[in-house]
Design a protein around this ligand. Structure first.
Ligand code: ASN
Length: 339
């Protein structure tokens, strides 16, 4: 029998590690205590644990993602896989960010958490953690994934869709990679071997503004957004377009600030953008250079632009080539699609 896989648990806080305080739930359970609740994982893997952060994930920031990446890089050779215990609220953002910051990892990096603290009698924490260790210790696992409520979701495809229920995450416009039931991993998609070596990126540019359109939006704040941010992501309606009420000012600013990255995304949860369909999208094409999200989740668009701006000089790269290149299954129906 082959030796047990060595898995490192990186604890970052979240409900999974929370206890009641006077002011509500607060992370305070140590990673060692977390492991005491799931002694059965010792049967199939050798676990070590470190407390990397201790946050409600509402407080998770790009600086913390860098810290997580740095720790995984530091311990990469010493372990066969990693489990990150994380709050659920921003887990989809972290999973997307790590997908860009750690690419081609043959060692699985699994992110999990819980809707109920591990010390409660009724909790999803234990099953989520056990499934995560099982997945991280499996020979066929690789890359960055979320394991939650029996589903394995590609790091770029997850979205928190329920604030209270156990099935809090969906895989958006892409199948779950696997399901885990009664200790068995059922894979829906084969893991294809990576062509390149593992690569770590520790830079991000977080100077990004997400502008959500609402009916009746006025152009008042646009000047200051363009002045102050490197990238403006427009969370538009439907497949995409700029409404008349802000169009003149928006196009004027696109011309005044040609170096700003403009990305058109959508507030619709499924099926993505297509700026070729409507006149409101067509006009945008006439006046601005922009990227669009296609079928990428908003979390992935945000993380990908932070990664792209942080690691490449946009004047010396083909921005479209990088943005539309599929990373960890993030974009399938993008510009570079081959049918
Ligand atoms: N279920 C959770 O983990 C929610 C918590 N507020 C967090 O994101 O840290």
């Amino acid at each position: 029998m082959s030796a047990k896989k060595k898995i490192l648990l990186l604890a970052t806080g979240g409900t999974i590690a929370s206890k009641k305080s006077e002011n509500g739930l607060k992370p305070q359970i140590t990673p060692e205590e977390l492991l005491e609740y799931i002694p059965q994982v010792k049967e199939f893997c050798e676990v070590s644990a470190i407390q990397l952060l201790n946050l409600d994930s509402s407080n998770m920031e790009p600086e913390h993602w860098k810290k997580i990446v740095h720790a995984i890089r530091e311990y990469y050779d010493a372990y066969d896989g990693f489990v990150i215990a994380h709050g659920t609220d921003t887990m989809a953002y972290t999973a997307a960010a790590l997908s860009y910051m750690i690419q081609n990892s043959t060692k699985p990096i699994v992110i999990t958490g819980a809707q109920k603290p591990i010390d409660l009698e009724i909790t999803d924490a234990k099953s989520n953690l056990i499934d995560s260790f099982l997945y991280a210790a499996d020979e066929k696992s690789q890359g960055v994934q979320i394991v939650f409520d029996g589903k394995v979701i590609a790091g770029t495809r997850a979205k928190k869709v329920r604030s209270k229920s156990y099935n809090a995450f969906s895989s958006i416009d892409f199948p779950s990679l696997a399901v885990i039931q009664d200790g068995n991993i059922m894979r829906y998609l084969p893991m294809l071997p990576y062509e390149d070596e593992v690569r770590f990126y520790e830079e991000l540019d977080e100077n990004i503004f997400l502008m959500k359109l609402i009916p009746g939006i006025r152009p008042r704040v646009l000047q200051s957004i363009f002045e102050n941010y490197d990238c403006i992501i427009v969370e538009s309606f439907g497949v995409g377009g700029i409404p008349k009420s802000i169009a003149d000012e928006f196009y004027r600013l696109c011309r005044q600030y040609p170096d700003k990255l403009v990305v058109m995304a959508t507030q619709v949860a499924h099926e993505g953008s297509d700026m070729t369909v409507y006149e409101v999208g067509h006009d945008m094409k006439k006046y601005c250079r922009f990227l669009e999200s296609y079928d990428m989740t908003l979390e992935s668009v945000i993380a990908k632009t932070m990664w792209m701006l942080g690691n490449f000089d946009l004047h010396s790269i083909d921005v479209e080539d990088i943005f539309y290149r599929s990373i960890n299954y993030d974009v399938i129906f993008g510009k570079n699609r081959k049918c």
